[in-house]
Design a protein around this ligand. Structure first.
Ligand SMILES: Cc1cc2nc3c(=O)[nH]c(=O)nc-3n(C[C@H](O)[C@H](O)[C@H](O)COP(=O)(O)O)c2cc1C
Length: 308
């Protein structure tokens, strides 16, 4: 079964890759992704300097999914700039995720990382976890101004990682702006922001930062993720490649993302919980689903969702 994907001119032997933030902070983790069946090596969202992130516990998984408030722990862009050339030995695309607490941070990181030419850069407009900072992806004008400036700096295919939107007017406004900027791909969705999970026995929150509020991931967010993949697929008429992220725990979930319009997918929670062996399982399950349904490739099912 052909599970490959081509996105912004970059070839991925396997359409399933890690989501930014999932087992991709350290050199060891990035190399383990390189040796795994992940279709790419996506880095943790990086900032200009090293960050420890928020106090622990800051990630908690439970049967429905996960909640986290990591606070962008990362090694800092100068260190990733040193690591990225070495990651090429694994013969798969390297995607650098860039972030910041303010626009100047994104530009600083973009300058440093463009120099070492990752295959793609994913601009994280949707980090919900810095106390006191709204996520930029919920402000179309702030996003436009940032992306315009980044466009002048980044010379590899640049895509955006977006937060979930819950209103068609927001999908439209964002899609109009992204069309105008001319992004190479759209990655949806980041964590569903500011949920609260409670431990009723201990009568307390399950994570420490932000009074227990955090970004949700895992199975429970799949319908929100599929809606965002589908909305952008339709708004772009299938002309801007979409990376579907959110709620994938099985090969069938990958197939559903494909039907809604995803060219490739990323996994967060299930990767953190299961480790890099999960790629083999998903590959096997997706292959079985596609074969049973008479498809010859993952690409063939893209966008084929029937509307009743
Ligand atoms: C521990 C953890 C750290 C994350 N860090 C980042 C990050 O640095 N940048 C980013 O764009 N998304 C980050 N995310 C969001 C994931 O990339 C993904 O969009 C989200 O978890 C939804 O996918 P899932 O349902 O497979 O978990 C993080 C998620 C988790 C669970």
């Amino acid at each position: 079964m052909d599970l490959s994907a081509t996105l912004a001119g970059v070839h991925f032997a396997n359409c399933v890759m890690n989501a930014a933030g999932a087992l991709c902070v350290t050199r060891d983790e990035l190399e383990a992704l390189g040796r795994s069946r992940s279709g790419a090596i996506v880095t943790k969202s990086m900032t200009p300097a090293f960050r420890d992130g928020n106090p622990s516990p800051r990630y908690h998984s439970f049967p429905g999914g996960s909640i986290n408030s990591m606070g962008l722990p990362n090694l800092g862009s100068p260190t990733y700039a040193v690591l990225i050339p070495g990651l090429r030995q694994f013969g798969k695309p390297v995607m650098a995720s860039i972030a910041g607490l303010e626009p100047a941070d994104f530009l600083d990181v973009a300058h440093v990382i463009t120099e070492v030419r990752p295959d793609l850069i994913e601009v994280n407009l949707s980090c919900p976890n810095i106390p006191g900072k709204p996520q930029i992806g919920y402000d179309v004008e702030a996003s436009r101004s940032l992306l315009q400036r980044l466009n002048g700096v980044i010379t590899v295919p640049m895509g955006v990682k977006l937060p979930p939107y819950f209103d068609p007017a927001h999908h439209e406004a964002m899609a109009d702006m992204l069309r105008e900027i001319g992004v190479a791909f759209v990655s949806v969705i980041n964590s569903v922001g500011n949920g609260l999970v409670v431990d009723p026995e201990r009568e307390c929150t399950v994570i420490k930062p932000k009074g227990g509020f955090g970004g949700l991931g895992g199975s429970m967010i799949k319908p929100v993720a599929l809606a965002n993949v589908r909305a952008f697929w339709k708004l772009f008429d299938g002309r801007v490649p979409i990376i579907g992220t959110g709620g994938i725990v099985s090969g069938m979930d990958v197939f559903e993302h494909g039907l809604c319009g995803a060219s490739a997918v990323q996994i967060g929670t299930v990767l953190v919980d299961e480790g890099v062996g999960v790629f083999e399982r998903l590959e096997r399950e997706l292959g079985e689903v596609l074969a049973r349904k008479g498809y010859r490739s993952f690409a063939e099912c893209r966008g084929r969702l029937r509307e009743l």
